[in-house]
Each structure stands twice: as structure tokens, then as C-alpha cells.
Design a protein around this ligand. Structure first.
Ligand SMILES: Cc1cc2nc3c(=O)[nH]c(=O)nc-3n(C[C@H](O)[C@H](O)[C@H](O)COP(=O)(O)O)c2cc1C
Length: 344
């Protein structure tokens, strides 16, 4: 419920942005790259997704090596510049203090918090626009200024620059959210609670509703669409609902749910077209309140069925579910649903 279809693209909101370094014609060159990550733990293998036309790509293939340099947020301007201009037309070799490691051919940036030299494995995967190149990590270098215990990187001190591709912005790290492989131990399955079933007397309640047959999977969308149509219609008539959105379950028609989706209004409300004036009947009802995700609602339905059996009563009509909060802004475990069954 509440999820928008927005197209097919890379959905990762934030990735590290790096400068991939390679020697081209004996000179260091650096390109900004967001398509970068590790693919194997041991040996450590990284991939970079690069356009074949980049100057850097030429260097990787020429030397069989490249570097991955992680900038701190202080280097946002330099990093973006390396993504704006190509070494084919601008010499980027003097932008940083370059050093070389064990391979001797992968240029690395001394002022960045962490960098590594990779031996190109010769493996590549070609896609329509970019080619993915794999490199085995030969050595990782951590800047002493941001080294924590055991020479490991202190991430907060390193303050790595992040690329929020979906909003096309650079960002920096936020809050500490807990220890990896640890914090998950606190997980508790979402619980839901059903209050005890009670007998209630209800007066008839005028309502506007739309009756339709829907696939079970399409019910949330149908509820949203029908509620919007009734709201819109009522607004035109200068009327406002007097209670919560409800769905009456009339049963199954083959594999389709036969449902009535509606909103209660005061007296004198009239329907039009598929929107009909159909009051919630008065009389005796059995009621319970469910607190929790909607997919746990069957628990509440079972509790009501058991109540009917235990009290020798029968349903006189469809059961009604009233949704007391907005699932777009309420956590699933806090959703409140009242369920009513009219009694014969
Ligand atoms: C934020 C950002 C991310 C980028 N990510 C990539 C990438 O993942 N792959 C790629 O081929 N180019 C990427 N680019 C574009 C290259 O960095 C850019 O074309 C650069 O000029 C290439 O330099 P070169 O020709 O000197 O190698 C990115 C640019 C920016 C600004």
C-alpha cells in the first residue's frame, strides 16, 4: 500500500563516490565513478563500471592496473571536477599528490583517507553503455591522519564523500545506527493484538459506498481509488465524512472479492452512479479492535468467528472493517482496525 511505480533504474539512494586512477601515457589520470563495489571477500575483488571511451579506461587496459581512491567530503569539488572533464582534453595529473605502491603503475592519491591498488584480472562484462572491469586488490592504504585502532579506517574521521544519485547530490555520513552483525539480534516479529469481542448496539449509519469485485491482491488499490472517488463526490456536494473508511466483505465471487468500500456521512446524503447511498445497518453487532499490520487481520476475523460459535449467534450480513488511521503515515504495528459483524 502507498508504493509508487517510478520506473526502472538503479534504486540505491546512496553509494560512495570514488576516483578511479590509472596511468595513461605514463601520467596519472583520475575519473569520478559511482559504479564501484566489492564482489568477493577473499581474494578481495572490486569492480568498476566504466565507459569504454574514458581516458582512464585506456590506462587500465594499457597497464593492467587501476586504483580506487575514496575522497573525504572535503574533496567534493575536486571529485566532481574529475567527473566533469576528461583526461583526453585536460591534464588532471597534478591535481593530487600521487604515489605508487606494489604494482608501480596504479596511481593513488596521498591526501585521500583510503585508497587501494588493484590488478586488473582481465575479466570484463560489457553492457550497452558501460563495461564492468574487475580488479583484485593488491594493497589498501589508510591515511595515518584517519587511522583508527590496528591501522583500520576510522570511518567518521575519514568522512567519506557519498553520492546520492537519485537526487543528484553529494552527501556526507549521518548518524551511527549500531553495530553490524549485532543490532539485528534485537529484532522482534511485529506483534498484533486483538481486543476481546464485545456486543454493541449501533444505530443505522448513513453512508456512501461503491460495490465492486476485485482480485484480493488489488484490494488496497481499489480501496484507495474508491475512497478518493467518494471523497471527491462528497466534496462537490459540500459534505464531509463523519467516520472512518470501511470495507464490507460480502463474500467471494469465484476468485474475486465482493466488497463494498465506503465512508459514513450524516443524514440526507444521496448517491450518484456507482456511488450509492447504502447505510450501515443498525441493531446488535459484535465488535473487536485489531492493532497491528493489515496482513494480520485474519487473527481478528478468527476471534469473531469463535465468539459467534461460543455465544450461539449467527451473522446477519457481511462483516465490516473500519480503518481508523492512515497507513501512509502510521507504522504497521500501530494500525488500528475495528471489525464489526451484524448479528441475526
Ligand atoms: C557523480 C559522478 C559519477 C560518475 N560515475 C561514473 C561511472 O560510474 N562510470 C563512468 O564511466 N563514468 C562516471 N562518471 C563520469 C566520468 O567521471 C567522466 O566522464 C570523466 O570525465 C571521465 O574522465 P576520463 O575520460 O579522464 O577518464 C561519473 C561522473 C560523476 C560526476
Amino acid at each position: 500500500m502507498g508504493m509508487l511505480k517510478t520506473g526502472a533504474y538503479n534504486p540505491l539512494p546512496v553509494v560512495p563516490i570514488v576516483l578511479v586512477g590509472a596511468n595513461v601515457n605514463g601520467k596519472p589520470n583520475y575519473a569520478a565513478v559511482g559504479f564501484v563495489n566489492g564482489v568477493n571477500y577473499r581474494p578481495a575483488v572490486m569492480y568498476v563500471g566504466l565507459s569504454k571511451n574514458h581516458h582512464t579506461t585506456r590506462g587500465i587496459l594499457e597497464n593492467g592496473s587501476f586504483s580506487i581512491n575514496v575522497p573525504s567530503a572535503d574533496f567534493v569539488v575536486e571529485t566532481d571536477y574529475c567527473g566533469l572533464v576528461s583526461g583526453k582534453s585536460v591534464d588532471k595529473s597534478a591535481m593530487f599528490n600521487t604515489f605508487y605502491g606494489e604494482l608501480g603503475s596504479a596511481p593513488m592519491i596521498a591526501e585521500f583517507p583510503i585508497t587501494c591498488e588493484c590488478r586488473y584480472t582481465g575479466q570484463q562484462v560489457e553492457f550497452e553503455m558501460d563495461t564492468v572491469y574487475f580488479g583484485e586488490v593488491v594493497q589498501v592504504y589508510v591515511n595515518e591522519a584517519v587511522a583508527g585502532e590496528n591501522g583500520r579506517l576510522d570511518t567518521l574521521k575519514a568522512n567519506p564523500l557519498l553520492f546520492a544519485g537519485l537526487e543528484n547530490r553529494y552527501r556526507a555520513l549521518g548518524a551511527d545506527m549500531g553495530a553490524a552483525w549485532q543490532v539485528g539480534k534485537q529484532y522482534q516479529p511485529k506483534a498484533s493484538a486483538v481486543t476481546s469481542c464485545t456486543l454493541v448496539e449501533r444505530p443505522p449509519q448513513p453512508a456512501l459506498s461503491i460495490r465492486s469485485r476485485v482480485e484480493p491482491a488489488g484490494l488496497p488499490a481499489a480501496i484507495g481509488e474508491c475512497a478518493a472517488a467518494i471523497y471527491q463526490y462528497a466534496l462537490q456536494k459540500g459534505r464531509a465524512p463523519t467516520g472512518a473508511l470501511f470495507v464490507a466483505y460480502h463474500g467471494l465471487d469465484g476468485s474475486l472479492l465482493d466488497v463494498e468500500i465506503g465512508l459514513p456521512f450524516g443524514d440526507g446524503v444521496e448517491g450518484n452512479g456507482r456511488i450509492i447511498a447504502s447505510p450501515l445497518p443498525g441493531g446488535q453487532w459484535v465488535r473487536c479492535l485489531h492493532v497491528g499490520p493489515y496482513d494480520h487481520l485474519p487473527q481478528a476475523r478468527v476471534a469473531l468467528e469463535q465468539w459467534l460459535k461460543a455465544n450461539g449467534r449467527a451473522a446477519a450480513g457481511p462483516s465490516y472493517e473500519c480503518y481508523l488511521n492512515d497507513p501512509r503515515v502510521t507504522a504497521p504495528e500501530k494500525l488500528e482496525t475495528e471489525i464489526f459483524i451484524p448479528l441475526a
